[in-house]
Design a protein around this ligand. Structure first.
Ligand code: RUB
Length: 310
């Protein structure tokens, strides 16, 4: 798949989930670099920068996408010729993809320790990192049951229950509005992340903040699974995360409602740190209030500087 096709697939959500979006973007830049046939360094750089922009613009909310392209392009301004730049991009992309895979595995190992046999977990939407935790606990022989929300309008919950079923984890699908009612049967909530802000707030699939509120009210721990490239250096500069609003047709067929009725389809929301028990990252389980430290230590001052340049 060429870079434009990857960007279109991210936009149309054939490629979805913040981790996969990030890995696909890094690989798309690598392929674009490998396919450049000229020997003009300036032209090559320009094409890569255009590719970078196209990928970043494909979906606005998940910072994993921005971090992935930044990390893939890092050091490119000092390359002396086309070949050196091509090799640098390929090596950076490969390292990012490997790091991402290892991170999801590590999160599974760390997070699964928080799940005890006999627990009922509730998860929202479809997160590879969150499901990694649940599946790792199951693989350790723990008796875990899962409630999975449908996650309207895209119904990613169907992907979740299929994945859990294939792994042999018993799961029950519920509609999103059943969360508060079901919460009395839940021991822990485990969700993924699109972005973690420097103040510890979580940006994830629409409805996550309602799940967190219901969990908080019922004193059920709310655990977030997030690779460190889901932390946002942009938020250090006070930038607000853009919440993507998608086509209203994803929510309802316009022919079914009067023409004067407006339909909105925000697809992510923000959960404040106060409702988050802990965030499981590949470098350990942390408090949401340690988000700034993670940004500085794991993504580096360089990323904070780059974020200020955007
Ligand atoms: C997916 C979603 C997921 C995060 C984390 O939204 O909100 O919880 O992206 O996923 P969408 P992962 O379906 O709109 O992309 O852990 O797989 O990165």
């Amino acid at each position: 798949m060429g870079l434009i096709e990857v960007a279109d697939s991210i936009k149309s959500m054939e490629i979805r989930g913040a981790g996969l979006i990030a890995r696909s973007a890094a690989e798309a830049l690598k392929r674009q670099a490998q396919e450049y046939r000229g020997d003009d360094l300036g032209e090559f750089r320009q094409q890569l920068n255009e590719g970078r922009r196209t990928l970043i613009d494909s979906r606005p909310t998940a910072i994993s996408l921005w971090n992935a392209v930044q990390i893939t392009m890092r050091g490119s301004s000092s390359a002396k010729d086309v070949e050196e730049l091509r090799e640098l991009i390929a090596a950076n992309a490969d390292a990012f993809v490997q790091r991402s895979g290892r991170a999801v595995e590590m999160i599974g190992r760390i997070g699964s320790k928080r799940l005890r046999s006999g627990m009922t977990v509730l998860t929202h939407c479809n997160s590879k990192a969150a499901l990694g935790v649940i599946k790792a606990a199951h693989a350790d022989g723990k008796d875990i049951k899962v409630y999975a929300t449908e996650s309207r309008p895209w119904r990613q919950g169907l992907l979740t229950v299929r994945d859990l079923s294939a792994a042999g984890v018993p799961s029950t699908l519920i509609i999103d509005s059943a969360v508060r009612w079901i919460m009395k049967e839940v021991d822990v909530v485990v969700v993924g992340a699109d972005t973690i802000c420097s103040n510890g707030a979580l940006i994830n699939k629409i409805g996550t903040s309602q799940v967190a509120l219901a969990a908080s009210e019922a004193r059920v721990p709310f655990i977030v699974c997030a690779e460190t490239y889901k932390f946002s250096p942009k938020t250090v500069h006070g930038e607000l995360v853009e919440i993507e609003e998608r086509d209203a047709g994803e929510v309802v067929n316009p022919r079914l409602i009067p023409a004067d009725v407006r339909v909105r389809n925000p697809v992510f929301d923000a959960t404040p740190a106060e409702h988050i028990d802990s965030i499981v990252t590949e470098v350990g389980l942390i408090s949401p209030y340690a988000a700034y430290e993670v940004i500085v230590r794991e993504l580096g001052q360089e990323s904070i500087f780059e974020a200020s340049e955007e």
